[in-house]
Design a protein around this ligand. Structure first.
Ligand code: PHE
Length: 456
């Protein structure tokens, strides 16, 4: 095709039928919020890094978000039909190039680095890496298309010959490292066995004994990190409202089984926070195929990944994810490097709700027109994330959230109607009704132009 190339960080990328990354997203590249010492994301990064210190862990960041589909998906064993690969979920630059959707895109490079440094820095057998990641998703107070992740991993050497026959030695060496992790007295709920043959299988390249030891190290390391974070958060809460009753709820933490293409077995860690179980991170035993293809075939280990905003929102009591991008001094001046504090919300400006209702195009085959739940394909050619993208491109940071409030299929014609409620609210000023109307009209027109919907 003859589309214009895209320039990112001084490099030019060809575009094609896969390109779906708008300028509004590209404009976020290079902010590097995690490097501004006084920014809550940087303070959060440092706090977590302090739990994964040198010389065992190198603490890194990755500034260029452009990666290949091989790095983001293939190397990690994503099947070809994995939904994460679709254009509705991922920002493509072209068919072979994406904005990374997770920091796992750099796993291979960091494993290769551990191998390269084997003689100069033999103790560095782990890493953390922080980076901006990009996902097409819903619009609400805890989702933003650009956010930040931290990934960590830790490897151990195995005997080069017949490692499965020497699993007990490998496990014993790993357990020594487990014993060096400080103990804690928080009650952690962990009801499932480390390995479950169907739900959470052992890899054929691994012995159960090694995996039990690595799982113990992984879980203890991450529990310690999460406990540290939540202890800091409640200290900050107590300091900011010393008059209030301090009979705070004790910390509750639990492990649940999970699935990732690049780890097995896999888990998620959840924390009970303000009445809900909150997913904090994903982790697991690294697929041996990745270590084979990353120059460290004789090593075995764990990896985890977490979202920094999630944790920072809890730590600092930040109610809206858009605030992280704010340049408003009323926001930025509240944070100091090394200090966990409670965010004092400045006056909220009024919301302006506007609904958009439309009929989906009738070319739809009957099978596709059943009313589906939010978050998926809403018609034969439209995915909910595509609606969100139009709202984002037009409304930018002036939209706080978008909710599907009504969906029905006309009993006679079989046509499907949807109604979305868009909440227009600036973090920085009061929007006029004219302004919101103008944005809303443009969104309506774009829905017609791009999807052929019929406005109601
Ligand atoms: N990359 C995963 C995600 O973004 C998190 C993860 C990292 C899980 C490393 C396991 C190991 O959801």
């Amino acid at each position: 095709s003859t589309q214009k190339p895209i320039a990112i960080g001084g490099r030019s990328y060809r575009t094609d039928q896969w390109t779906n990354t708008p300028g509004t997203i590209l404009s976020h590249i290079g902010r590097r919020l995690y490097l501004d010492d006084n920014h809550p994301l940087a303070i959060t990064r440092k706090l977590i890094e302090s739990q994964f210190p040198g010389p065992v862990y190198g603490n890194y960041s990755e500034k260029d978000p452009v990666v290949s589909t091989a790095q983001n998906f293939d190397v990690l064993g994503f099947p070809l039909d994995h939904p994460g690969r679709s254009r509705t979920d991922t920002y493509y630059i072209n068919d072979k190039t994406v904005l990374r959707t997770h920091t796992s895109a750099h796993q291979q490079a960091y494993f290769q680095q551990i191998n390269r440094n084997e003689h100069t820095r033999p103790e560095e057998v782990g890493y953390t890496v922080v980076a901006d990641v990009y996902r097409r998703d819903a619009i609400d107070r805890s989702h933003y298309p650009v956010f930040h992740q931290m990934e960590g991993a830790r490897l151990w050497k195995r005997p080069e010959n017949n490692p499965l026959d020497h699993a007990a030695e490998t496990a014993a060496a790993i357990m020594k490292d487990v014993d060096s992790i400080p103990r804690h007295d928080v009650v952690v709920d962990d009801p499932n066995p480390t390995i479950h043959p169907e739900r959470n299988p052992l890899q054929t390249a691994h012995h159960g004994e090694e995996v039990e030891a690595i799982a113990a190290h992984l879980k203890r390391s991450l529990e310690r990190m999460v406990i540290k974070i939540f202890t800091e958060a409640s200290k900050a809460a107590a300091a900011s409202s010393p008059d209030q009753d301090q009979d705070q709820e004790p910390l509750k933490v639990r492990w649940v089984e999970a699935y990732f293409p690049f780890t097995s077995p896999s888990w998620e860690l959840e924390v009970f926070w303000q009445g809900d179980w909150l997913e904090i991170l994903g982790c697991g035993i690294i697929k041996q195929d990745i270590l084979f293809s990353s120059d460290v075939p004789h090593r075995i280990g764990w990896a985890f990944g977490l979202g920094l905003e999630r944790i920072a929102m809890l730590l600092f009591n930040i109610p809206d994810i858009r605030l992280f991008w704010s340049k408003d001094p009323r926001f930025l001046s509240q944070f100091r490097a090394g200090k966990i504090s409670r965010f004092e919300p400045f006056s909220k400006y009024p919301s302006c709700y506007k609904d958009v209702a439309f009929w989906l195009p009738t070319s739809a085959s009957a099978a596709d027109t059943t009313a589906t739940a939010a978050g998926g394909r809403i018609g034969p050619v439209i995915h909910e994330n595509d609606v969100m993208e139009i709202v984002r491109v037009v409304g930018g940071d002036l939209v706080e959230d978008v909710r599907l409030i009504d969906a029905f299929v006309h009993p006679k014609s079989g046509r499907k109607s949807l109604c979305y409620r868009i909440n227009y609210r600036s973090l920085e000023r009061t929007l006029t009704n004219d302004e919101a109307n103008e944005l809303h009209d443009r969104i309506r027109q774009k829905l017609v132009a791009e999807f052929g919907v019929e406005l109601r």
